[in-house]
Design a protein around this ligand. Sequence first.
Ligand code: SF4
Length: 315
Amino acid sequence: MSLKELHLAHTQGFCAGVVNAIDIVDLSIQKFGTPLYVRHAIVHNTSVIKDFESRGVIFIENLSDVPNDQVVVFSAHGTAPNVYEEAKQRNLTIVDATCPLVTKVHRQARRYSERGIHIILIGHRGHQELIGTSGYIDAALLHVVEDANDIDSLSIPTDAEVGVLTQTTLSVDDTSDLIHKLRGKFPNLVTGGKEDICYATQNRQDAVKVLANKCDLIIVVGSSNSSNSNRLVETSKLMGVDSFIIDLPEELDITQLDQFRVIGVTSGASVPSYLIDRLVQKIKLHSPSVRIFQEDTIEKNILFPLPKEVADMRP
Ligand code: SF4
């Protein structure tokens, strides 16, 4: 069998939050120089991180690794309030690259917490966004749910008022199943009307569903620590289409494609478009007669504001 068609997901790659976060680091390098300290990977993509490292950015997890009076950029995934406090006490200049859509979840977390109601936070334990959001919630009120088993083991009284928040990069379908199950257990469940999954996550999963209707295989470009990229693989598999993730085009064993007629390619929200270009070139070299299809992205003109520390630097 030989490869006939390559379909590129209509919406993939950088979201507005990632564009903003990368701009913030770029502008901070220009304004403050290097070394520039960034707390946590600015976005979960190894190519982006390596590029910044080569330009003098130092990624750290603990503020104790930042010398006093320096500038520190906080990553797009959000940061817990105690870390802001520590930075202020150390006289560090904070440039906050938290995605505004994550900040929105933080605000709701604080509101629920101040009301003193139990809060169920749906997300992946250990993920930076979950750690950041958890910091806005009184520990005695916080219940993390990762899957349906966690719901069975919740010890909150079933007649209690319970608020629900979610990580922004979850599977839309899995999360809606979990919320359905939670409603069955807690009739007084309070949600913001819809889960907190962001537009970019939703659009990329929708685009994979479109691909899955016409492809025999879907390749997802994304780093292994990227939540939204991993969800794209799951979305494809749930639609019955084989899928795998690669961080770099060079990782693809091109002979694998010989068993497929129609393949799809997509990428997570933190993946630079040059990686997709390189992958397409590699596929074209191997299968010169392959026909390539791509529809227009549905995301247009989404731009988030820059923090005041670098706002004057936007060209
Ligand atoms: S994936 Fe969503 S929440 Fe995360 S940075 Fe992008 S727009 Fe923001």
